[in-house]
Write a protein that binds this ligand. Structure first.
Ligand SMILES: Nc1nc2c(ncn2[C@@H]2O[C@H](COP(=O)(O)OP(=O)(O)OP(=O)(O)O)[C@@H](O)[C@H]2O)c(=O)[nH]1
Length: 414
């Protein structure tokens, strides 16, 4: 059944007359060594006659993955193309090259499909954006010649928790994309997981069933929309990652587990598989900066991911963004509260946004603490109580809020 469906899907791709219809594109992301090249080779060896062009991006000068694909025997030398993009990352320094090369391949008119392997330290959002906007400077509109079909993220089932908890930066591992790259490994893992249509959990041969099921539960919570596929040695059905038509920029941008949780009208707790749960902390009262700082420095270990907006008494005009994944915590100003804007501007926004009017507080406007916590065996009551203890007390509410000590980070957070 699956094979027939899969053949049908691949036939449908071939039916796209390459000269008239935009060529579908799949992008493979995933941290270094997760198995992207292995999957690519497997798919190329099982591509059922599709004419595929491949773009392989490598940070180093020598494009090892390109060599592996050439040696993997998946591509026919005469009819297919392997484009190597080395010495940079297609999500930043080589973005222009990606635009030009993809356009060139699409316009050649001899391919049914384009497969792109991103570097392990690449972020999927900017790569996907490349397909959705018109580059005025270069005069390239990729959407006219190709169509982003599927964003795939490969996760290494064996290394995941190790990388997640390592607390290391890419620089610590000499894996930085450029000299000012200060990203943490865990933030990259999360960015890749939260923005995709298909999650391939690879290297399942190296992990026991119970651990796999648990990891799947966590991934589903972090990314509820994506299709989740287990794989060993990159063996996925090509139709799982090609011709799915799953990609849509806006949908993908709103598909992270925390986002979905925030967007829900009510936050009733759901049944928890393997103890993996989430909840939203919501209070219309500002935090005391030094108590919040103490709270953050002993961050509860059971929280895997937290994201949201915080209201700090000492920064009454700006909402503060909080984004945590494992040991990485990013905190800083994210934008003006509407309530802090000049009267005319505030009224204009309020007249245009009925949803905002609905939640508007008579005294504090849109100022609020709203944070999603995703974790394992979360003790909601304890978390709630400990956060409540960081809010201003009745007495403090009547004091001058600027008099409180504030040593929290003040740089813009992600
Ligand atoms: N045990 C096991 N090893 C695997 C599996 N998939 C891939 N590997 C091995 O893992 C290593 C890394 O695989 P690659 O496919 O090169 O990973 P990648 O994501 O392309 O790596 P980078 O290009 O460095 O980002 C290779 O030695 C593969 O043979 C798997 O499912 N199980």
């Amino acid at each position: 059944m699956r094979t027939l469906e899969s053949e049908h899907q691949m036939e449908k791709i071939k039916d796209h007359a390459p000269h008239t219809k935009p060529i579908p594109v799949t992008v493979l992301s995933g941290y270094l060594g997760a198995g992207k090249t292995t999957i690519l080779n497997h798919v190329l060896n099982n591509r059922q006659g599709l004419r595929v062009a491949v773009i392989v991006n490598d940070l180093s000068e020598v494009n090892i993955d390109a060599e592996l694909i050439r040696d993997g025997g998946g591509l026919s030398r005469t009819t297919e193309t392997l484009v190597e993009m080395s010495n940079g990352c297609i999500c930043c320094t080589l973005r222009e090259d990606l635009l030009r090369e993809t356009q060139r391949l699409a316009m050649e008119g001899r391919f049914d499909y384009i497969l792109i392997e991103s570097t392990g330290v690449g972020e999927p959002v900017p790569v996907a954006q490349t397909f959705t906007y018109v580059d005025e400077e270069l005069g390239i509109d990729l959407s006219a010649v190709c169509r982003l079909d599927t964003m795939v993220t490969v996760v290494d089932a064996y290394r995941f928790w190790h990388d997640f908890a390592s607390g290391e930066t890419l620089m610590d591992r000499s894996q930085e994309a450029h000299e000012h790259d200060t990203r943490e490994v865990v933030d990259l893992l999360i960015d890749q997981i939260e923005f995709c249509d298909v999650l391939v959990l690879n290297k399942c041969d190296l992990v026991g069933e119970a651990e796999l099921a648990h990891l799947e539960g966590v991934l589903r919570k972090l990314q509820p929309r994506a299709r989740l596929i287990r794989a060993e040695s990159g063996k996925v059905n090509p139709s799982d990652i090609m011709g799915t038509s799953l990609f849509d920029f806006e949908t993908a941008s709103a598909s992270a587990g925390w986002q979905r949780e925030l967007d829900k009208p009510s936050h009733t707790p759901e049944t928890e598989e393997y103890g993996i749960g989430s909840f939203v902390y919501e209070r219309v009262r500002p935090f005391h900066p030094s108590r919040l700082m103490d709270w953050m420095s002993s961050w509860p270990e059971e929280v895997v991911r937290a994201k949201g907006i915080m209201w700090l008494a000492t920064r009454n005009d700006f909402g503060q963004s909080i984004s945590q994944a494992g040991p990485s915590i990013q905190f800083g100003p994210s934008g003006y509260w509407v309530a802090a804007l000049p009267e005319a501007e505030k009224n204009e926004i309020l007249s245009e946004e009925p949803e905002l009017r609905e939640v508007w507080h008579p005294r504090h406007g849109d100022r609020i603490n709203k944070v999603v916590f995703i974790g394992i065996e979360l003790d909601r009551q304890r978390l709630t109580d400990s956060l409540d203890a960081c809010l201003l007390t009745e007495e403090e509410m009547a004091l001058d809020w600027q008099s409180f000590e504030d040593d929290l980070p003040n740089a813009e957070a992600v």
